[in-house]
Write a protein that binds this ligand. Sequence first.
Ligand SMILES: *Cc1c(COP(=O)(O)O)cnc(C)c1O
Length: 386
Amino acid sequence: MHIDPADILTCIDDGLSGSPTGTPVAVPIVQTSTFAFDSLESLGLGLAAEHETHVYSRGRNPTVEVLERKLATLERGAACTCFGSGMAAISAVLMGTLRAGDHVLFVNQTYGPTLQLGAQLRRFGIEHDLLLDLDSDSVAAAIRPHTRLLWLESPGSMLCRTLDLAAVAQIARARGITTCIDNSWATPLFQKPLLHGIDIVVHTCSKYIGGHSDVIAGAVITDTARMREIFYRAFMLNGGVLAPFDAWLCLRGLRTLPARMRQHHESGLRVAEWLRTHPRVRRVFHPAFIAAPEPAEETLTGWSGVFSFELDATEYDDVRRVVDALRCFRIGVSWGGVESLVITPARRDNGPALDAQRIPRTLIRLSIGLEDPGMLSDDLARALAA
Ligand SMILES: *Cc1c(COP(=O)(O)O)cnc(C)c1O
């Protein structure tokens, strides 16, 4: 595991410079909807460049901007815009880059609502496919003449399968296709996709970046030209803005992100390794255990605490009994908080849908929090014996 020392400083330091009368160490919350100008002329100039001026908080806001600067720095990107949720960020990228007649290729197991949004885009004349064969030849073969966007997850949802980001970026660039990755699992501390040739990074900040299960937020990081398109075509008009207080919660989350990620990395690996030896566990899906040709170490400098395992069983009720028997793990959606969570994609009646996405029917996903990993393993041992 490695975290760049400069990134730790970016997370902690809010960049407010000193003054003789004292400077706040935490970012002030600028709770204002509108900004006043000293003349009509200067308001006019502001309105002509809302992506870089404080005019109205549906555009730029000073508190949100501090978070945007930090996330851009951490991802090594030129520009960042924050959103009121991860899905608002994802919607803005799709709306900002696609038009009727285009095709988007989702590569790897993909966050459910992202795929659902892809299906909604059909109503606007945009087609999509989901590709689950991750080698370069399959990616190249799945590209159609009107493919305009490759949507990536790596590690992917549920199974944590990884992509060769540089290879996929190269395939896309050679064909003039934009690439976007949902980098929420790794956080910018453990993976920097822009450095491997990916064009756009999105995050839900509701998971590790916020880190305490108390805020919904999202972000897009890319170059200035793409950011401006996404800003004016989608962000300003969709209205999915991040409130200044919620940006402040994310900034507070960032301050402990390096410390939390170290712990999630270690505890996650310990619990995953323990599960691997359990007779009732068929397979553990953690990127540390995935062999080539899906090399994880190329781009990932650490593991987060989210992974899954396949129960050695066939029935939904077996899964239900194990999940319900857990005590330290709370049952719920989401992940990336300080408390451990458990969920399964399995329902009593969705076996065929899982098969279509190559997700085992007895899969259980864990988000390892900051509790003692020995205690979490004990809890799993008890539940698996149930
Ligand atoms: C939760 C999640 C999102 C959506 O983020 P919200 O902030 O809940 O809108 C997107 N991608 C992944 C991988 C997620 O887990």
